[in-house]
Design a protein around this ligand. Structure first.
Ligand code: ZN
Ligand code: ZN
Length: 365
């Protein structure tokens, strides 16, 4: 069994990644060793560096081949192709109810840097690294991950398509299909035409939502939003956004969806709701800080402001469904992907930060 891996280690918040040899811990009975073929890059990989003990190995959208399994693993075998999605404990009331996206342990499992019992999965020159990011740390050639987090998939799909799915694309599509259950002719305004926002657009088109409005400030992304199903696009630089939206939706929208993390966008998303409408947020402006916010705007619309994690998705059923829709040409998320060799991770991050890449995916092999 492999006991070493090559990992992209980050030593200071927003610092560069350095490829280093790391030593992997022994597999626990319920764990799987995955040889990563690809890993998506998501904003959480960058912002979470401030929440972690560094040095750390980030990465939470791994896809590859099972190389070894612990003795009690039953769902997969060596050689199986898998996607590794978000972690859940399997034992809390929400997990037991079939709602792993509400797992009460999701913070320590995601950001603790260790297994839930506090043990580490990776060392460098004998000293412990923060690994186990989302219980996978997929910016590495190999990941140790719990059996319950892997999603077996068919063997005929390109690795970058698998690795693009399990966080941002799942969140965007899941918010529309699972959380909101948007229906035909429901109106929707999406703020931010990045990977999450555009995945929401594709899912909303699938169910016939209309009007389907997208707000951003990058002309190429607004163009892409139109190609992927938006009925209207608005450039936030062309005047007050809520006013621009009210020309299209005088009564307001059934749903608004804020993916940009911009304070003004959140205000506009609430101000653009019709009475009884719902606003979903997948990112918070000023994470962890108080936000000057008027509850009046929510109250007078009898509106719902809803935080959404992973699009309320159960990965074992939802990811294979998205792959089937993609094969049928009905969910063309490959249009968002830009691939990079693993050793070009710093270029990928730079392109992501400046908006040149919507969904960067690292290729390990
Ligand atoms: Zn749980
Ligand atoms: Zn993510």
């Amino acid at each position: 069994m492999v006991t070493t891996a090559t990992a992209a280690v980050v030593h200071e918040p927003q610092g560069t990644f350095t490829l280093q040899q790391v030593e992997l811990d022994d597999l626990r009975p319920d764990e799987v060793l995955v040889r990563n073929q690809a890993s998506g890059i998501c904003h959480t990989d960058l912002v979470a560096q401030r929440m972690m003990t560094l040095p750390a190995v980030m990465g939470h959208e791994g896809a590859g081949v099972v190389e070894a399994v612990g003795r009690s693993v039953q769902r997969v075998r060596p050689g199986d192709r898998v996607i590794v999605s978000y972690p859940w404990c399997g034992a809390c009331p929400q997990c037991m109810e079939g709602k792993p996206y509400y797992c009460s342990e999701h913070m320590p499992l995601g950001f603790g840097g260790t297994r839930l019992d506090g043990s580490g999965t990776m060392k460098h020159n004998g000293s412990q690294l923060s690994g186990a990011f989302f219980q996978q740390s997929s910016f590495a050639t190999h990941s140790i991950t719990p059996e319950r987090d892997v999603v077996p998939v068919r063997d005929d799909c390109a690795a970058e398509r698998l690795a693009a799915l399990p966080c941002g694309v799942q969140t965007g599509a899941g918010s529309i299909l699972n959380t909101f259950r948007v229906g035909a002719r429901d109106s929707l305004v999406v703020f931010g035409a990045g990977g999450v926002g555009l995945s929401a657009v594709m899912a909303a088109r699938l169910v016939g939502a209309a009007p389907l409005v997208v707000v951003d400030i990058i002309p190429e992304r607004l163009e892409l939003a139109l190609e992927l199903g938006a009925t209207h696009v608005l450039d936030a630089r062309n005047g007050p956004v809520a006013e621009q939206i009210s020309e299209i939706l005088p009564q307001g929208a059934d749903y608004t969806y804020e993916t940009s993390g911009n304070e003004q966008a959140l205000e506009d998303a609430i101000a653009s709701l019709k009475t009884g409408g719902q606003c979903g947020i997948v990112i918070a402006p000023h994470f962890g800080e108080k936000y000057p916010f008027s509850p009046t705007e929510v109250f007078k619309r009898a509106a719902c402001l809803r935080g959404i994690i992973q699009g309320s998705s159960v990965p074992n059923t939802f990811l294979p469904r998205l792959l089937e829709l993609n094969r049928a040409g009905r969910f063309p998320y490959e249009r968002l992907i830009r691939t990079y060799a693993f050793e070009d991770i710093n270029q990928a991050v730079e392109d992501f930060n400046v908006g040149r890449a919507i969904k960067p995916v690292l290729l390990m092999s």
